[in-house]
Design a protein around this ligand. Structure first.
Ligand code: 3AM
Length: 190
């Protein structure tokens, strides 16, 4: 079996900006900067024999390149504690368009449809324990955080290998978006 997800990795300078946020909370595991990404679709464990079908389906996705801006910080969780802290994405119709194209391609390849609402984000921390009392202050302090805009010219099929010390993400395939060869300022601005 192979664990797969489709995502947009962050350019290095944006990784650095996001990385600068990553301190000041206890009981959390900070995501390594090179692992920062925006998940378009978590696929999960599939038999290796399905990989080619998934790759084929994703390789025919046609969607325009665009620009994204990161904005603000928030968390996922419930009364039992905080699951993750993340950086948000500014309003981005082209990102939702790409996500819809990826979703229909995967369903055509036989992947069961996604049932969860798409809430794009870049995860900063994960935690299994109860959160840090300083989380509210951390979120408030970084509420005006912004990074970008940066160009999104491709998306990536990653495999994820779970280990004791965290997940190892490997880019398996990269798919270009349309118009990516245009000069950067000409990309659709979101
Ligand atoms: O880092 P983010 O939050 O974008 O949380 C996991 C991570 O997303 C998510 O897939 C991305 C790559 O691992 N993920 C892991 N297990 C999941 C599941 N069972 C999941 N998303 C939905 N359902």
């Amino acid at each position: 079996m192979i664990r797969l997800f489709v995502a947009i990795p962050l350019p290095e300078e944006i990784q650095d900006r996001v990385s600068a946020l990553c301190s000041g909370l206890a009981n959390v595991r900070w995501v390594d900067a090179e692992n920062f990404h925006i998940t378009l679709r978590f696929i999960g464990e599939v038999d290796e024999s399905r990989f080619e079908d998934i790759d084929m389906a994703l390789s025919v996705v046609r969607a325009p390149a665009f620009r994204l801006k990161l904005s603000g910080v928030d968390s996922f969780g419930n009364n039992n504690g905080v699951r993750s802290v993340w950086v948000g994405i500014e309003r981005a119709p082209a990102l939702f368009h790409l996500r819809d194209k990826v979703e229909s391609a995967l369903v055509r390849a036989g992947v069961p449809p996604e049932t969860q609402k798409f809430k794009p984000h870049v995860t900063l921390t994960r935690s299994r324990q109860r959160g840090d009392a300083r989380l509210g202050e951390f979120i408030a302090r970084n509420s005006l955080f912004q990074a970008g805009p940066f160009p999104v010219t491709e998306f990536t099929l990653f495999s994820s290998f779970l280990t004791q010390s965290g997940s190892i993400y490997t880019p398996e395939r990269v798919y270009p978006l349309e118009g990516a060869e245009q000069p950067y300022p000409a990309l659709q601005d979101e």
